[in-house]
Design a protein around this ligand. Structure first.
Ligand SMILES: [Zn+2]
Ligand SMILES: [Zn+2]
Length: 393
């Protein structure tokens, strides 16, 4: 069969060369299942064009193309007569086992573009470093607002006793009473009770550095690009605590995508003095020396040929938070908060897991491996990878 070329479109979501390559992949896939006829090329061109027309960005083009290729494999090259509406392929009755390379191709297609990572708060190593908005006074104070109670305080005096009164959870709008309500204790925003100021009191205010520059001062960012190793796929989940130095990693959990096995789970000692372990969310109640490792030890164990390396695909939900506390710059990322956008707010993993895979999580304390596994399930559902498949050829 002669070479086929993508049809011209006024707006191209990706460079022509990328469309050309995708088209050749579609042709190859079709040829696996049918003896090449004049029709194969025409169908492939139409399929590619339909993907290009419905994709508003390079990101969605690559994603839609990988979904199409996967669907073609599943249906052995027969899309339900290319439903003109571009609708989804009908569910095939039997569960089809994917090969590892099929799954890898789908995952590669869901890897987030670097520019989108940067927009979502990931350190791509290329951003201008902004200067942190700190009010430095001549007397050597570093004033900042407490992110819990909004009181202005001197960061250099963070360990001196203070009164920080706050609500553990955000307020939500209650449609019945038509007012704001705190999920933690049920206090309403109109309440005149003393408790309306907050249901928890701690002796210190807290802050969180937002710039990569400020984060680097505690521990520098490290790029995984030069770490050689296997093209593995890992789901990450971190727990963080407030310390005298800000917001720091206290636990890292890593789960292997293909086997769902826990490959790393350690409590990590922060650099600063602990103010609040966020136990109700983090599930970490104490950091004991003999049951924890240092940040440097964590990096040595985790950055390796067989674990996190330059070729790894890392999966997480709102993973900019995780990678930033790990101080990692990593290129191949799949973020379920980006794959499932919810208007201007990020979707919560709890809601997503329930909506997408009917999984109830975080009913009590957060459990890192539960979160990592829920994230993987959400992603598998999106890519239509069988949830329970743990053996791959
Ligand atoms: Zn409260
Ligand atoms: Zn405070």
């Amino acid at each position: 069969m002669g070479l086929v070329r993508p049809v011209d479109l006024k707006v191209q979501p990706v460079p022509y060369q990328v469309r050309y390559e995708v088209l050749q992949k579609i042709v190859k896939t079709l040829e696996r299942f049918e003896s090449a006829s004049g029709d194969t090329g025409r169908r492939a061109v139409e399929m590619e064009a339909s993907v290009a027309r419905k994709s508003g960005s390079g990101q969605s083009y690559r994603f839609n193309a990988s979904v199409l290729l996967r669907d073609l494999l599943k249906t052995k090259g027969k899309l339900p007569q290319e439903s003109a509406a571009g609708g989804r392929v009908k569910r095939v009755g039997t569960t089809i086992k994917l090969t590892r390379s099929d799954a890898m191709r789908l995952l590669e297609g869901a890897v987030v573009d670097e520019a989108i990572l940067a927009e979502n708060g990931y350190n791509t190593g290329k951003l201008e470093r902004e200067v942190e908005d700190l009010q430095l006074s001549s007397a050597g104070h570093k004033y900042t607002s407490c992110i819990r109670c909004n009181t202005k305080f001197d960061r250099l005096q963070i360990m001196s006793p203070a009164t920080c009164r706050f609500h553990v959870q955000r307020k939500r709008y209650n449609r019945d009473t038509r007012e704001g309500e705190y999920a933690c204790c049920g206090e309403t925003t109109s309440s005149t009770s003393f408790l309306a100021l907050g249901c928890k009191t701690l002796p210190h205010h807290v802050f969180r550095s937002e710039t990569f520059d400020a984060m680097s001062q505690i521990s520098p960012f490290k790029s995984t690009a030069d770490i050689q190793g296997d093209a593995n796929v890992l789901a990450l989940d971190c727990e963080m605590a407030f310390t005298s130095l800000g917001y720091e990693l206290i636990r890292l959990t890593v789960v292997d995508f293909f086997t769902s096995k826990l490959v790393f789970d350690e409590i990590v000692r922060p650099f600063g003095e602990v103010i609040d372990l966020n136990s109700e969310f983090s599930g970490v109640h104490a950091i004991e020396d003999h049951k924890s490792i240092t940040f440097a030890e964590m990096l040595t164990q985790v950055l390796s040929k067989s674990m996190i390396n330059g070729n790894s695909i890392l999966i997480g939900h709102g993973m900019e938070n995780d990678l930033n506390v790990l101080r990692l710059i990593h290129r191949k990322v799949i973020d379920t908060a980006i794959l499932y956008p919810r208007g201007k707010f990020k979707s919560s993993l709890k809601d997503l897991a329930f909506e997408v895979v009917s999984k109830r999580i975080q009913s009590g304390e957060h459990d890192s491996s539960e979160d990592a596994i829920a994230t993987m399930c959400v992603l598998k559902a999106k890519l239509e990878i069988p949830l329970s498949q743990t053996i791959w050829d």
